[in-house]
Design a protein around this ligand. Structure first.
Ligand code: KIV
Length: 281
């Protein structure tokens, strides 16, 4: 008797590409992103239908036990990106792999290219950098050389020391205007996605509307961004210490990790997550 293996759910959807991601964006379908740092969780995120897996430098906190992302090395990011890529390869790799550029790895366009190449060779399809207009020449340098870029504005954890803590950004008129200008410049430089972290919901909605070729992905930024990202450990309830107010534990209503990830995907697609009141900063 032969036992037919059940078809993995991930094979029911085509592999994501930058092209299909931008198509989703232009058609207004909400984009889902979760962090993953190893092969197993990346594979579950794939089964849940997540479009982008972020190998975030948050691994410095949730995997390595540091109290900031600053100690994370490029070698650590390369290692975890490779683990995620291997896990997805087994399932024909449906999500886009987004590799986070660690602190001090992109101080110049040339250094950024060297660092991004390491992540791309490890399996990333796109890289993420934290910062505003000052990064525009770097973004353009990378995009011109074949490396898709995701920006990151608002609370940028690698700048925690200059920001004076993990705080909401863009609350003042000048701060809000600065974020808007930064977003426009990153888009102009060629960024195709932009994480907005801890930004007032009204402002992130305005930025999302102003951008035409760059998909905003919110975390603590309200429901009107083009997509949503959560840190895996926050959404399955294993984060030790302080959990951000905007995070939601999807395990409570789901019971399994796959169920929690599916619940996140469904809630984002149906605009039930996040609830804007939670982000009325
Ligand atoms: O490193 C990370 O997990 C991130 C997300 C919080 C967006 O940058």
């Amino acid at each position: 008797m032969s036992v037919q293996p059940s078809t993995p759910e991930s094979t029911k959807r085509p592999a994501m590409t930058m092209h299909s991601l931008m198509k989703m964006y232009s058609e207004g379908e909400k984009i889902t992103m979760l962090t993953a740092y190893d092969a197993s969780f990346a594979a579950v995120a794939d089964l849940a239908g997540v479009e982008i897996v972020l190998v975030g430098d948050s691994l410095g906190m949730v995997c390595q036990g540091h109290n900031s992302t600053l100690p994370v090395t490029l070698e650590a990011m390369r290692y975890h990106t490779e683990c995620v890529a291997r896990g997805l390869q087994k399932q024909n790799g449906r999500p886009i792999i987004l590799g986070d550029m660690p602190f001090a790895s992109y101080a110049s366009p040339e250094q950024a290219f060297e660092s991004a190449s390491v992540l791309m060779k490890a399996g990333a399809h796109m890289v993420k950098l934290e910062g505003g207009a000052w990064l525009a020449p770097t973004v353009s340098y990378l995009v011109t050389r074949g490396i898709p870029v995701c920006g990151h504005l608002g609370l940028t954890p690698q700048s925690v020391n200059t920001l004076g803590g993990y705080r909401v950004q863009g609350r003042t008129d000048s701060g809000a205007e600065q974020l808007m200008q930064d977003a426009l410049q990153l888009q102009h430089a060629g960024a195709q996605a932009l994480v907005l972290e801890m930004v007032p919901a009204v402002l992130s909605a305005k930025i999302t509307k102003a951008l035409t070729s760059c998909a905003t992905i919110g975390i603590g930024a309200g429901v009107d961004t083009a997509g949503q990202i959560l840190v895996l450990h926050d959404m399955i309830g294993v984060t030790q210490g302080k959990v951000p107010k905007f995070a939601h534990n999807f395990m409570n209503e789901s019971g399994t990790i796959l169920g929690a990830m599916k619940a996140f995907v469904n809630a984002v697609k149906e605009k039930r997550f996040p609830v804007n009141e939670l982000h009325a900063w």
